[in-house]
Design a protein around this ligand. Structure first.
Ligand code: GLC
Ligand code: MG
Length: 248
């Protein structure tokens, strides 16, 4: 059994500083027998694999793509995970409802999956405006008797996922699947779609280049299991591995 589940976002977290990434990869290779590595990204699997090639990323045990809506474990889909997502999820009805929202534009087909419905906001919204938008959307879904997890990132990327999906949910699922305790999990991220995993009952690290929406959340919640690193990109992950009580 491994001693640590390391779940990291890709864009602007693991990827963004080549030198720090090389250094982190070297460290991870040394610790490889003790760590289960998972990439948790908003990208599709194809997009994530492309980035893996471009940036020479290590081969992970798990790919949690589409904002934690698709899980590939050691190269295979996980049927237990897939089954969980089907509950209370009506993608077709959600898309029909939101086709009337003129402020939303559907993202390209390459970004859509059976368990992820993604849009862009025509007018980006930050802070209180983003919050109001989420409230309005939540009310709209309630009125139509539909359920979905709402994930807003960078002020304009909107993902609707089954309630059982998301980066936090997939991290919790993998923690249990691997028989690990929360203190044996480290999640790393920079933006809104990382919030659910950074707010989990395990260790987290937020890069110094975190997006404003993540910083705003951190200022409100300040989880004591979350390291707000003063180092950016992969450097922050190294910082967490060096300073948090992991792999003792
Ligand atoms: C990635 C995905 C996009 C998603 C965004 C935020 O950029 O490609 O579909 O909306 O992450 O989660
Ligand atoms: Mg990111």
């Amino acid at each position: 059994m491994k001693d640590l589940l390391l779940v990291t976002d890709l864009d602007h977290t693991l990827v963004g500083d080549r030198q720090a990434l090389t250094c982190l990869n070297r460290t991870l290779e040394i610790l490889r027998s003790r760590i289960s590595l998972v990439y948790a990204t908003g990208r599709s699997l194809a997009g994530a694999r492309q980035l893996q090639q471009e940036e020479s990323l290590l081969e992970p045990e798990g790919w949690a793509t589409g904002v934690g809506s698709t899980l590939l474990w050691r190269g295979k889909p996980d049927p237990v995970w897939d089954q969980r997502l089907q509950r209370c999820w009506d993608r077709h009805a959600l898309a029909a409802l939101l086709s009337h929202w003129s402020e939303l534009t559907l993202q390209p087909a390459s970004e859509q999956t059976p368990y992820k419905l993604s849009y862009e906001l025509t007018t980006p919204r930050m802070g209180a405006e983003a919050h109001q938008f989420e409230q309005r959307l939540r009310a709209g879904l309630r009125q139509a008797d539909l359920q979905a997890r709402i994930v807003l990132s960078s002020g304009y990327q909107l993902d609707l996922l089954p309630m059982a999906a998301g980066k936090g949910a997939v991290s919790g699922y993998l923690q249990q699947k691997l028989g690990l305790q929360p203190h044996q999990v480290l999640c790393c991220g920079d933006s809104g779609n990382d919030r659910s995993m950074l707010g989990g009952p395990w260790w987290g690290v937020m890069v110094s280049n975190a997006r404003p929406e993540l910083l705003a959340w951190w200022r409100q919640v300040r989880p004591d299991t979350l390291l707000r690193s003063n180092r950016h990109h992969a450097g922050a992950i190294l910082h967490a591995l060096d300073t948090l009580p992991l792999l003792l």
